[in-house]
Design a protein around this ligand. Structure first.
Ligand SMILES: CC(C)(COP(=O)(O)OP(=O)(O)OC[C@H]1O[C@@H](n2cnc3c(N)ncnc32)[C@H](O)[C@@H]1OP(=O)(O)O)[C@@H](O)C(=O)NCCC(=O)NCCS
Length: 208
């Protein structure tokens, strides 16, 4: 059974829904890790997050969306806007978000969390390199977007991405809002928006 993280009303659904595993008494061991678990991240996960992020981004663009201090900051301030996928206790994919209260994302959104906001800014979605192209990124994003429906007052998810990932996010139900005002190291981005609860599949009972 996975440890439950206390302190947020949002942490319960993931630890309960995904971590429960039926094991017969004969198979029972004291420290069995769940085969697959989705849960909000905590500051203790920051190193694992940063290792995946560093591998994914530094070799490609030389820049991580979030440096380690920022990861720690967001996982302390708004763990309920993050989601990790763990297999046998190892982090294999994650999303980190923070609150945002303006119509469009600006440079300030890169480092700030605005509590009780109607929008979540998704800073980073990353899958461990050994687990890519297996559908994990799409599944994690889908679960995250479903989960956001349980966060009171949350209406939208916003993110910026490069050209090549626009089709990935369109497939997940995002719409393109046009070029972003944000630039990092001369890289240009598209801003993408998802309306929480606005998709056809969102009408299904998500169990939250
Ligand atoms: C982008 C990422 C999250 C996708 O996760 P994934 O588990 O590999 O993706 P899935 O298997 O769910 O979906 C595959 C789809 O992703 C898209 N995709 C993934 N990586 C891509 C890339 N480098 N270039 C173009 N499309 C890509 C494609 O649309 C692909 O569709 P296809 O299978 O029809 O070709 C993952 O590749 C990753 O972590 N990349 C490095 C970090 C990153 O770029 N994060 C996103 C910006 S924050």
């Amino acid at each position: 059974m996975a440890q439950q993280v206390s302190g947020s009303p949002f942490l319960k659904p993931f630890s309960l829904r995904a971590a429960v595993r039926v094991v017969s008494p004969l198979q029972q061991r004291r420290h069995t890790l769940p085969a697959s678990e989705f849960r909000n991240l905590t500051p203790q996960d920051a190193i694992s997050v940063f290792e995946i992020e560093r591998e994914a981004f530094v070799s490609v663009s030389g820049e991580c969306p979030l440096i380690l201090d920022e990861v720690l900051n967001f996982l302390s301030q708004c763990p309920e806007l993050s989601l990790g996928w763990f297999e046998e206790g190892q982090l294999v994919a994650f999303i980190i978000g923070s609150g945002w209260d303006k119509e469009r994302l600006s440079q300030e959104a890169m480092t700030h969390h605005v509590p009780n906001s109607p929008s979540v800014h998704i800073h980073v979605l990353s899958v461990h390199r050994h687990c890519r192209q297996q559908g994990k990124g799409s599944i994690l994003l889908w679960r995250y977007l479903q989960y956001l429906r349980c966060v009171p007052g949350l209406r939208r998810a916003l993110l910026i991405c490069e050209d090549f990932l626009v089709p990935f996010y369109l497939k997940a139900g995002f719409k393109e809002k046009g070029p972003s005002a944000i630039s990092v190291s001369n890289m240009q981005f598209h801003e993408m928006e998802y309306t929480v609860g606005g998709q056809a599949y969102a009408r299904r009972n998500s169990g939250c």
